[in-house]
Ligand binder design. Sequence first.
Ligand SMILES: Cc1cc2nc3c(=O)[nH]c(=O)nc-3n(C[C@H](O)[C@H](O)[C@H](O)COP(=O)(O)OP(=O)(O)OC[C@H]3O[C@@H](n4cnc5c(N)ncnc54)[C@H](O)[C@@H]3O)c2cc1C
Length: 505
Amino acid sequence: MEHTVPEHTVPEHIATDRVIIAGGGPTGLWVELRLAGTPVTVLEARHERDPHSKALTLHPRTLEVLAFRGVAEPFLAEGRRIPSGHFGGLDDRMDFAVLDTPYPFTLALPQARTEELLEAHAVAAGADLRRGHRVTGLTQDADGVSVEATGPDGPYTLRAAYVVGCDGTRSTVREAAGIAFPGTDATTWGWLGDVVLDDPPKGAVYAASGPAGGVMAVPMPGGLHRIVGGDPDSNGPDHPGELTLDALRAKVTRIAGTDFGMRDPSWLSRFGNATRQAAAYRQGRVLLAGDAAHMHYPAGGVGLNVGVQDATNLGWKLAATVAGTAPGALLDSYHAERHPVGADLLLSTRAQTALMNAQSPEGQDLRTLLSQLVATVPAFSRSLAERLSALAVTYPPTPPGHPLTGHRAPNLELAGSPDLFTALRPGRYVLLDFTGTPAPVSGPGVVPHTAPRPADRPAWSTVRAALIRPDGHVAWASDEQDAGALEAEIRTAVSATTGLGVDAP
Ligand SMILES: Cc1cc2nc3c(=O)[nH]c(=O)nc-3n(C[C@H](O)[C@H](O)[C@H](O)COP(=O)(O)OP(=O)(O)OC[C@H]3O[C@@H](n4cnc5c(N)ncnc54)[C@H](O)[C@@H]3O)c2cc1C
């Protein structure tokens, strides 16, 4: 007679196929382990979500990865679409409408609402979210990780196969794992106020800058405006102290010539430009993602976006590893692929911080020059926009292969499915066949699709078959013309890449 043990009867301290996420911020809520049925427990220290929204901006690549899971719609329905983005608060904005994506805009949506929507998705997908549970330490051994936490009933230990530290810049997980966080301390402090404006500026986004500093004003839901900026008075290593409404009024008036009739702040805050990056994104059974892995000035509105994209890169790899189907170094590729993206994020935010603090006459001229380039050289503007929006992220191909390997796949048209992004929803590899006579290749880890030749995309026009990873990047591609040779290549690629083998014809 067969016995099955219901999952809830397995004592918590010995359940080793579980993954623990420390931190239920945007990054932790989007680690997509549920794709492969992996049990996930999210331990979140806060009893209630922070009502104040640091982030207000979602970028195109984030909307794309939400679309891969079929959950982009509520974000799109509620957010305000702005067909441009700023770099370092330059007066002229980058045109996002030219970007090759179904979402050619920045989406203004407060972080608190973004988290609410991500949480609904995580819980619906089966995540065990525990609020009021703080991770306090961990130890790892050959078989798993023991995570120490404190919850409403006191301290306890949970056993897991892996733990992902998504617990923000002061990450307990990072510290407990002994992962270094090198970088630089704050030298300047930005300020923000979520306020009512009796005399608001016109337009979707207001920006002004000059020798007295820079300020932006962005409408928020609930009749509020986010006033955010920086000025030379806020430079120095020490936190300048609590921001008052009067101080904010004075700063904005000095820069913009008016305080826009600001009153009734719901939040006043300052933030520094300390810039650090974890030396390793993986150490054994411990992984880091989001602000736990990278810390920087919030220039360009990208931190949350990069965290969600870290989680997208990690989730399917970790799920395959826990399921025992991941080929060799798949989990190590998380650090190899995402650490350079984090380094580029630090470079971009540092460069933008320099621009935002360029109040000298020379600095003002640099701003003017770059702003003119953004306005008059479309290729310059587009390149900056593709970097900021993460559409340009390419992973190093291992081993080197077709020129498309590692690139983000655009939303290609398919036969029998609306498009590639829809075909990615099950969270499996998608095998694209552009020959018109699909090779008889399938397997448990891959969904085959035929697709019309993408003649309008030069980089794709000679491709005969391609394998797309669950995170939408090209795992393998081939221009092979001979049908038999192509089929053999596909079999080898599918088998080696997915680690799941292929079915016999
Ligand atoms: C002023 C400002 C404006 C910004 N604007 C933007 C923007 O427009 N767009 C953008 O993309 N980014 C923006 N950012 C950055 C963005 O807010 C962060 O990058 C984002 O919150 C990172 O998400 P996260 O989940 O990695 O970390 P966090 O949001 O810090 O979440 C970490 C979570 O872990 C929990 N936690 C901490 N320690 C523990 C523990 N020991 N145990 C359990 N739980 C723990 C915390 O309570 C928290 O819920 C802005 C930041 C600031 C300061």
